[in-house]
Design a protein around this ligand. Structure first.
Ligand SMILES: C[S@@+](CC[C@H](N)C(=O)[O-])C[C@H]1O[C@@H](n2cnc3c(N)ncnc32)[C@H](O)[C@@H]1O
Length: 196
């Protein structure tokens, strides 16, 4: 998944909503990132991420990771050194403008799980075990005007429609046992209505 955004040793990666820190550890251990930072709002997950990293990473790699117990959109966080952001959460209405303001980098790359930013073109798509899809994007983003064209790109199928995207997305959220999967679909529909 990090290969998708060509993550490498010059990158500073932020995982926004980093859970137990798997992506942060992966970035440091296998992609030799200059720095990898996990921002996590739940204390237990944050502490667990730190403990696992201490156990699993070498001293050298540990110097290149950090875990912040924070809400990732807190205004006073300075992420301006980021070159790559991974965010596996569902897209917020304000997410794109947040990246523009908070990261202040023209060429920031963002990796999202399940869907690219609604109505924007991904630069690369990959799947792990055919059930989990990742989308890379690069600022400045390329807007897609037609929902059908966006649906076809997202699903990798010509002539796809938005109803196919909703079906695919419902499958993804159910697979992960997200209890209120209908809310996720409602949220996606709202975003689609705003953007197209
Ligand atoms: C599904 S986990 C993903 C973990 C990791 N990114 C991965 O893909 O392996 C999502 C995490 O995001 C955290 N989260 C949700 N909203 C957040 C916010 N506003 N700021 C920081 N963390 C947040 C949750 O507490 C949860 O641990």
């Amino acid at each position: 998944m990090l290969r998708l955004a060509k993550v490498g040793k010059r990158d500073v990666l932020y995982d926004l909503g980093s859970g137990r820190g798997l992506v942060v550890r992966l970035a440091a251990a296998e992609f030799s990132t200059k720095k990898a930072i996990g921002v996590e709002v739940e204390k237990d997950a944050h502490e667990r991420a730190r403990r696992i990293a201490l156990r699993q990473l070498s001293k050298g790699k540990l110097r290149k990771v950090d875990f912040w117990y924070r809400n990732f959109d807190d205004r006073d966080i300075d992420h301006s050194d980021a070159t790559v952001v991974y965010n596996s959460l569902e897209e917020n209405e304000w997410e794109i403008s947040f990246y523009k303001k908070a990261f202040r980098r023209k060429r920031l790359r963002v990796i999202k799980k399940d869907l690219p930013f609604v109505s924007y073109e991904p630069t690369a798509i990959s799947s792990e075990n055919r059930s989990c899809w990742f989308f890379a994007m690069r600022f400045p983003l390329t807007k897609i005007r037609s929902p059908e064209k966006w649906a076809s790109i997202v699903l990798g199928k010509p002539n796809a429609e938005m109803k196919d995207v909703y079906r695919y997305y419902l499958r993804q959220v159910r697979r992960r046992n997200i209890k209120r999967s209908e809310d996720s679909i409602k949220h996606l529909r709202r975003l689609v209505a705003i953007r197209f």
